[in-house]
Design a protein around this ligand. Structure first.
Ligand code: IMP
Length: 157
């Protein structure tokens, strides 16, 4: 799955000036695996926005904890997320990234929980579709636990 995404991204952005923006913290393992399968040069940066606290529900209000360091003006930007759920976080991040006037902003997510979407967000690259359960492992957490698990598991709450 990661290889397939990396091949598509490599083909789509060949000859372009691509910056991958990992959305911390959940995407860190996915991003690490993804970039090692790319066949094009890329730059890497990270953003972090607070969404969930110790709960499994989005609180709706989003705060920027870490912004971009690289100059992305005029660049093609690919935001790499762990999960798009209601869409509120990535919608906010897309708008934030757009404020730097990049050439383009697209989204790659490991998991798409489409059923729970509240705002419309275009997602160019999706690893897996998922239903309503809460997922942990492979970078995904529940109250900062379980990120280290090598696979993705459903959490029984
Ligand atoms: P949204 O703003 O509702 O789209 O929430 C997106 C964020 O919530 C993701 O980046 C995750 O950090 C977190 N999240 C949503 N669902 C899950 C899950 O099943 N497991 C772990 N984190 C999740």
């Amino acid at each position: 799955m990661v290889l397939d995404l990396a091949q598509r991204i490599s083909a789509d952005y060949k000859g372009r000036d691509l910056v991958l923006i990992g959305v911390l913290k959940g995407s860190f393992i996915f991003l690490s695996d993804l970039i090692r399968q790319l066949t094009i040069p890329v730059k890497i940066d990270f953003v972090q926005a607070s969404s969930y606290g110790n709960d499994t529900q989005s609180c709706g209000s989003i705060r920027l904890l870490k912004g971009v360091d690289l100059n992305i003006r005029g660049k093609d930007v690919l935001a790499v997320e762990d999960i798009v759920d209601t869409g509120l976080t990535i919608r906010w991040i897309i708008d934030y990234l757009m404020s730097f006037q990049p050439r383009s902003v697209t989204v790659c997510t490991l998991i798409d929980k489409q059923e729970r979407r509240e705002v419309d967000v275009p997602i160019a690259y999706t690893g897996h579709a998922a239903g309503r359960g809460f997922l942990v492992g492979y970078g995904l957490d529940y109250a900062e636990q379980y990120r280290h698990l090598p696979e993705i598991y459903h959490l029984n709450l």
